[in-house]
Design a protein around this ligand. Sequence first.
Ligand code: SAH
Length: 334
Amino acid sequence: MPERLARAITLGGPIPVSQFMAAANAHYYATRDPLGADGDFTTAPEISQMFGELIGLWAADLWDRAGRPDAYWVELGPGRGTLTADALRAAGKAGFAPPVHFVETSPTLRARQAERVPHAIWHDDVEDLPTDRPLIVIANEFFDALPIRQLVRGRAGWHERIVACQDLLFLPIAGTSVPDSVIPEHLRDAAPGSIIETSPASVGICRVLAARIEAQGGVMLAIDYGYEGPAIGDTLQAVRGHAFANPFEEPGERDLTAHVDFATLGAVGTASGTIVSGPIGQGPFLTQLGIEARAQALGPRVAPDRDRLVDAMGTLFKVLAIRHRDWPEPAGFA
Ligand code: SAH
C-alpha cells in the first residue's frame, strides 16, 4: 500500500490530506480487524458490555416514548458488531427488537459483524438505507475515521495542506492557496503554521441522515472524541499497537483519526430541520443513563471498566443526538 500510494503521488503529484487519509483508512480497515488488546486500539463497546447495553436501553426508552413505531436499528461502522449485539440484547428485554442495518465498507469487519449479528443487512453507503420507517442510528467512533481536509496558514494567507512523497517518505506541505472567505473570520489572522480542519465527508453523511430523519422520523446518536469548532488545531493522529505514531508514515498500516467537530454536525442537524441535543461529555451521559447501578449489579470486577468509560473518556468523548421534531427528547442530555 505505501508503495502504491507513493507511486500515485510521484506520477500524479501531491494529494490533499483528505485524499491521503481516505486512501490510507480504506486499505487499513479492509485488510484487518484492528480492535481489541492484540490490535491497534480499543473502543468503548469493546471495553465493557455496559456501554452497548445502556445505549440499547436509551433507544428502547426513546422508541417507547415515541409511541413504539416500527423502526430500523442502524449502526455506522460497527467494528466487531459488539455495540449492536449488547444493545439489542438489553433492548429486547424492554420489548424493542428492530431489524438491523449496518453501514460498513470493510469486508473483513463485515465478516466479524456477521458472527455477532447474523441477521443484519449491510450497506456501503448511508444513501442505501431503507426509506420506509424511522431510523435509530448509532455512530460510535465512526465520524473520527472519516477523512478531514486540513488548511494551513502561510505567511500571506491560507493553503490546502497536501502530501508530497519522496522515496517512500510522505511529507505534508502547503499546497494551492485558498481564498480567505473559506476561513471563519475570527481565525483568519492565525499565526503562520496554524491548521484548521474540516470534514466534508462527515458533513455529507450527517446531512443525508438528518434529511432522512426529517422525512422518516427517528434519531441519530453520535459518540466520538471531539471539540466544538471551527478551531485552530492539528488533530490528525495515528495509532498502532495502542501507541501514537506518525500519521504520515506507512499509510494503510496505521489507524488515522481526527477529532470530530460537534458544533458543525449540530449545525447541519439544525439546518436540516432536526432538533439537536448536546454535545455532552460521555461521562455525564452514561451517568444519566444509569451506569452506576449497572456497574454495581455486575460487581466489583467491572469497576475499572466503569472508570475508563466515565472518567478517562468522560470529557474528551462527547455525545450528540439529532432527532425528528415530533420525537421526544432523548435521555442523557440534561
Ligand atoms: N464502532 C466500532 C468500530 C469503530 S472503528 C466500535 O466502536 O468499536 C471505525 C469503523 O468504521 C470500522 O468498522 C470501519 O470499517 C468503519 N468505517 C470506516 N470508514 C468507513 C466508511 N467510509 N464507510 C463505512 N464504514 C467505515
